[in-house]
Design a protein around this ligand. Structure first.
Ligand SMILES: C[S@@+](CC[C@H](N)C(=O)[O-])C[C@H]1O[C@@H](n2cnc3c(N)ncnc32)[C@H](O)[C@@H]1O
Length: 378
């Protein structure tokens, strides 16, 4: 594709620019925004052209005039805390998630100027699909601006050894070619149920996006880790303290792996659980070759621990930022902040790069290539 034919996009809530990385070649960023200083520094460090289009600041302070031209795509990974199953479920109108409406009023203003983006992708945690009336409210907002839409729930584990289910709502102004309508591996139960709850006028605008099953994943968690002799391990007492936090089932599985003498690599998170009416801290592990969902560290307990069982011994250590970056599909050349907590914050908030690539290849690019480009006055 020639440079002139590149598809243009705005990236809202850009963080470290992972949506941009997923879109890849053939796409040109016309505008990106985030208000977080560390994320903004990370974005600038990774994209040499950031000075031309990256704007650091609150989305609520932006005007339509800050957005150049008419974009083929507006991508918005709005803050997910309020949708997260662990969050307060305050929803679209609550706290941080209301940043969504800071973005949405810009889409409305662009529409009023005849510059509505041809497509919009809204990414969030899967809790959006079950969060009260929020999913319906989101669909209603899209419908009010003339968009048709459909959602896919994509787990990064289809591409990478990290469990990271996320919902992607893909909306378009143009009629959808029949070849893009059908089944996909990401029409999950939550998506079907959320669609079934929509009122008829919104259900009429629904698109079941078609997409091919991704190739089988060949990597597992162990394959993305640094060599054992190149990392810092926890002292045995710290490992013992973590093991002591395991619930009986997790402990029994660890004991069996240890007794086998084989090597096994797992991920471990500390979580608060209610047992017999009492809140207790538990260490929960998984040894299925997939890391638990990376989270933003707000204290030591939200950072993923690795458990390596080998030759009858158990060792533990923290996942490094570079290993976390690999679990998001970021290239080795991706610049990360020096402080581990900052780096993990950028990573844990990001969107998995291959999930975006799948959407671009299966839906966005064919859609934009096959539908007429209706140019509005710019
Ligand atoms: C879920 S993260 C998206 C990260 C991004 N997709 C990536 O891959 O790195 C949400 C982002 O929204 C930003 N954000 C939250 N509220 C904002 C606001 N009011 N204005 C601008 N950015 C905001 C946060 O700093 C965070 O980077």
């Amino acid at each position: 594709m020639s440079r002139n034919a590149q598809r243009s996009f705005y990236e809202f809530f850009a963080g470290g620019g992972m949506a941009r990385l997923g879109l890849g070649d053939g796409w040109s960023c016309a505008f990106a925004n985030d208000f977080d200083p560390v994320k903004s520094a990370t974005y600038r460090a990774n994209f040499a052209d950031a000075e031309q289009h990256f704007c650091q600041g609150d989305v609520w302070k932006l005007e339509a005039g800050d957005l150049p031209g008419r974009a083929d795509l507006a991508w918005a990974s709005s803050p997910c805390q309020d949708f997260s199953l662990a969050g307060a479920r305050a929803g679209l109108t609550g706290g941080r998630s209301s940043a969504f409406f800071g973005f949405w009023r810009l889409m409305e203003a662009l529409g009023a100027e005849g510059r509505a983006p041809r497509t919009i992708v809204i990414e969030n945690v899967s809790g959006l699909l079950t969060s009260g009336g929020d999913f319906t409210a989101l669909c209603a907002a899209l419908a009010s601006q003339g968009y048709s839409f459909g959602a896919l729930e994509i787990d990064a584990a289809r591409f990478l050894p990290q469990s990271r289910p996320r919902v992607f709502v893909v909306a378009t102004l143009a009629p959808v070619p029949s070849g893009l309508i059908g089944d996909s591996p990401f029409r999950t139960r939550l998506v079907r149920e959320a669609q079934a709850r929509l009122p008829a006028d919104l259900a009429d605008r629904w698109i079941w996006w078609r997409g091919a099953a991704p190739a089988a994943r060949n990597s597992d968690l162990a394959s993305l880790l640094e060599p054992d002799d190149a990392v810092t391990w926890h002292a045995p007492a710290r490992t013992a303290a973590l093991i002591a936090l395991m619930a009986p089932l997790h402990r029994a599985r660890l004991d069996a792996l240890t007794a086998s003498g084989q090597r096994a690599v797992g991920g471990l998170f500390r979580r608060m659980r209610v047992e017999n009416g009492v809140r207790v801290q538990r260490a929960e592990s998984r040894f299925d070759g997939v890391a638990g969902c990376l989270r933003t560290p707000r204290g030591g307990s939200s950072r993923q621990t690795l458990v390596v069982v080998d030759g009858g011994y158990v060792r533990t250590r923290l996942l490094s930022p570079r290993e976390g970056a690999r679990l998001m599909g970021l290239p080795e050349s991706y610049w990360l902040p020096k402080a581990a907590t900052s780096a993990l914050h950028v990573i844990g908030d990001g969107v998995a790069v291959p999930a975006v690539r799948w959407l671009a290849t299966n839906i966005l690019q064919p859609l934009l290539d096959e539908t007429p480009r209706v140019l509005a006055a710019e």
